[in-house]
Design a protein around this ligand. Structure first.
Ligand code: AMP
Length: 195
């Protein structure tokens, strides 16, 4: 059982690694970005509200994002463990997550910080734009997303580092290579996958 966060700049490889880790530990990978995109696609009320922010590369307001995560973490499959990909991203979201977990009598085990240099993440995101056609993968929006990440999310690393939760992982290299680094770091902290 493990409760972990994956933090890193857009394009650092969070989504790819989240899927692999979730499989290995048999826990749900919860991506707020994926949940928002699903809602946008289905034109739900939440999707309509989130879309304008996402299209500009801005964060969706904390009130909407926090409510979504509070609901998702209350589902049975997330009670025994989970991986959060792309949440929390603001100081307010850190407080909310602490509150949700405290109410369950649970706590975070590890925060995996995936690092990658800016040139590399921009290259990856532009590539993804060609492959997947995501609306927020245009060059201007990518630049804004990186700025917002630096302003609002990068500082969260020190909050979690103060709690002794952070492992820094070099996100450059082959997918399997990066997964190997993460699994090694988690094993060193006493967390080994089920398979
Ligand atoms: P992602 O797929 O994680 O890059 O997220 C795509 C977009 O969804 C972001 O650029 C934000 O607009 C929105 N989003 C995802 N997660 C969050 C979050 N934790 N807080 C605010 N907005 C978010």
């Amino acid at each position: 059982m493990i409760r972990l966060l994956l933090i890193g700049a857009p394009g650092a490889g969070k989504g790819t690694q989240a899927e692999r880790l979730a499989q290995a530990f048999e826990i749900p990978a919860i991506s707020t970005g994926d949940i928002f995109r699903h809602n946008v696609k289905n034109e739900t009320e939440l999707g309509k509200q989130a879309k304008a922010f996402m299209d500009r590369g801005e964060y969706v307001p904390d009130s909407l994002t926090n409510a979504l995560v509070r609901d998702r973490l209350s589902h049975a499959d997330a009670i025994e463990g989970f991986l959060l990909d792309g949440y929390p991203r603001t100081a307010d979201q850190v407080v909310e997550l602490d509150d949700i977990l405290a109410a369950q009598g649970n706590k975070l085990d590890v925060v995996v910080q995936l690092t990658a240099d800016t040139d590399e993440v921009v290259r990856r995101l532009l590539n993804r734009a060609l492959e997947q056609g995501r609306a927020d993968d245009t060059e201007d929006v990518i630049r804004r997303r990186l700025e917002v990440y630096e302003e609002q999310t990068a500082p969260l690393t020190s909050t979690y580092a103060d709690r002794g939760l952070v492992v820094m992982i070099d996100g450059l290299g082959e997918v399997a290579e990066v997964s190997g680094r993460i699994l090694e770091a988690l094993a060193a902290r006493g967390f080994s996958p089920k398979r």
